[in-house]
Design a binder for this molecule. Sequence first.
Ligand SMILES: NC(=O)c1ccc[n+]([C@@H]2O[C@H](COP(=O)([O-])OP(=O)(O)OC[C@H]3O[C@@H](n4cnc5c(N)ncnc54)[C@H](OP(=O)(O)O)[C@@H]3O)[C@@H](O)[C@H]2O)c1
Length: 287
Amino acid sequence: MMLITGATGQLGSAVVRRVLERTAGADVAALVRDPSKAVDLAARGVSVRVGDYDDTAALDRAMAGVDRVLLIAGNDPQRRVQQHQHVIDAARRAGVGLFGFASRSLRDIHTSKNTLMGDYFETEERIRRSGLPHLFFRNALYLDTVPLYVGGARVLDTGVRLPAGSGKVAYALRREMGEALANAMLDHGGADRTYVVSGPRAYTFDDVASALTEVSGRSVRYTRISDDEYVANAVRAGVPEHLARRFLGFYSDIRDDQLDETSSDLATLLGREPATLPEGLREVFKL
Ligand SMILES: NC(=O)c1ccc[n+]([C@@H]2O[C@H](COP(=O)([O-])OP(=O)(O)OC[C@H]3O[C@@H](n4cnc5c(N)ncnc54)[C@H](OP(=O)(O)O)[C@@H]3O)[C@@H](O)[C@H]2O)c1
């Protein structure tokens, strides 16, 4: 039986969807914090196990009868390394035979300016140290997040204005990444492995603007702005200045080509080419 954590989240639910296309609900367990969000999973025969990454006793209970675990990273930067350690420890106590971890793709953690990224690599290290057989999924930036930082549908009027220079990103759609992770977890029968779950090409924001132009029929341009202009715009839009400054690490990594690693792993795991940039943007902007 495979336990999927974060099963009521966006990536986790995409994983569960694919696993249920390929196996019976009785072979699937879902770790959830709020069972009211998992009523549909229970109806499909999934074993819904309630627990928080902070609750070690609940995690031990959640591992009953489980031989594979996929850990979806938590989203509390203050606590998540310790939370992930709790899941690793519970899996080890249960003698789990495969531990998958949804990590992040980054060229070099030592030169990253994004303070949120270290947790993923620290977790990978802790999994290695645990001795658990493992798969690491170094996920590219979700294409689904593009609307969040370009200003949503308003981007068609305003254009893209970001301090991201000519850096490239190897975006992929979250639902396709979930499908790929599910396939890898189900089909794995061998050695530890690290997948780079990314699109086959990396794109600048000029490419994003051209693709938006193509799918919307509107003329969208990308303007490179300075860090100071970004912070001033964000503060004007109501973002606290310290938060706006923290986001600069993310754009700095894009500018420094930290997020441009491409691989054929996603296509191989899907058994088809992933969505192209225009196809993906049409989907996430609902154009
Ligand atoms: N690749 C990227 O571009 C990218 C971007 C942003 C984030 N991420 C990372 O990828 C992860 C998954 O992405 P997503 O889009 O699926 O995020 P999401 O929709 O926020 O899902 C996170 C899942 O983790 C669960 N979770 C969080 N804290 C937990 C805890 N203490 N105990 C048990 N479960 C907990 C949440 O439970 P509930 O359903 O109860 O809330 C949710 O199901 C994120 O958490 C983040 O680490 C990746």
